[in-house]
Write a protein that binds this ligand. Structure first.
Ligand code: URA
Length: 236
């Protein structure tokens, strides 16, 4: 679902019901602003988030929204669910129905979930080729030891998908607690990796996606809008 772009002259011709020749004239007369800048090039690419004004009147204004949520255990990463409250239900924003989820967490996993209406931004985070690192804190039923570090770093073969997991970093934080950093997101990946040691995961929490850290002051179920600099962490 990539963000569709079109030429400025196509957008204006369609929007105003005029010929592209007349659009050229409008630009020459300095009547069009795109994102606050005077438009001079008919070939300029615009998308649904471009702020476009003609003769000082806004003719397109669709803001992009970027949200960080502290997902609670028991919240489902879906837009609709009959049994559980969804991450969308938890949001207080009137634009929440426009949002989609950027990388899901399991029902019993807590932590950082991102939501947006900007599909180009979400793709920059979720596309496997991007290999964005996600950081998790994992609490286990049984003690862990150094052998886990090597096994996670070497990767594990998942027969169902016929793939070997990418090297993952595991740091032992306590006898039963580890930090794990993954650059991919296979189905139940962390639980399955600890499953190889027959060591059930008791609690799983995502604290970070790339360089974006879940605010510790954001309690379970709370959310906030990202700052511009946080949004830019995932745009090149
Ligand atoms: N690994 C899991 O097993 N579950 C998650 O929610 C995320 C990673």
């Amino acid at each position: 679902m990539s963000l569709a772009t079109q030429r400025l002259d196509s957008f204006l011709a369609k929007h105003c019901g005029i010929s592209k020749r007349n659009v050229r004239l409008m630009l020459a007369q300095k009547r069009v602003l795109v994102d606050g800048q005077l438009a001079a090039n008919i070939e300029q690419q615009v998308n649904k988030f471009s702020l476009i004004a003609l003769d000082e009147e806004v003719i397109q204004n669709n803001p992009a929204y970027y949200v960080m949520l502290h997902k609670p255990v028991g919240g489902v990463c879906a837009t609709k669910d009959d049994k559980h409250s969804t991450v969308i239900d938890l949001l207080p924003y009137d634009f929440k129905e426009q949002l989609h989820i950027v990388g899901r967490l399991d029902l019993n996993t807590s932590g950082l979930v991102l939501l947006t209406n900007d599909s180009r931004w979400s793709e920059a985070i979720t596309q496997p080729s991007q290999k964005i690192e996600k950081t998790y804190q994992v609490t286990l039923q049984n003690p862990i030891d150094e052998s886990y570090i090597k096994a996670f770093a070497e990767g594990m073969y998942f027969g169902y998908e016929n793939v070997t997991t990418l090297p993952a970093k595991l740091r032992i934080l306590d006898t039963h607690v580890a930090e794990v950093k993954l650059r991919e997101g296979k189905y139940h990946q962390i639980k399955r990796m600890f499953g190889r040691f027959r060591n059930p995961v008791i609690a799983l929490h995502r604290s970070q996606i790339g360089d974006l850290v879940l605010n510790t002051e954001l309690s379970s179920g709370q959310s906030r809008l990202l700052t511009d600099s946080e949004v830019c962490l995932f745009t090149k």
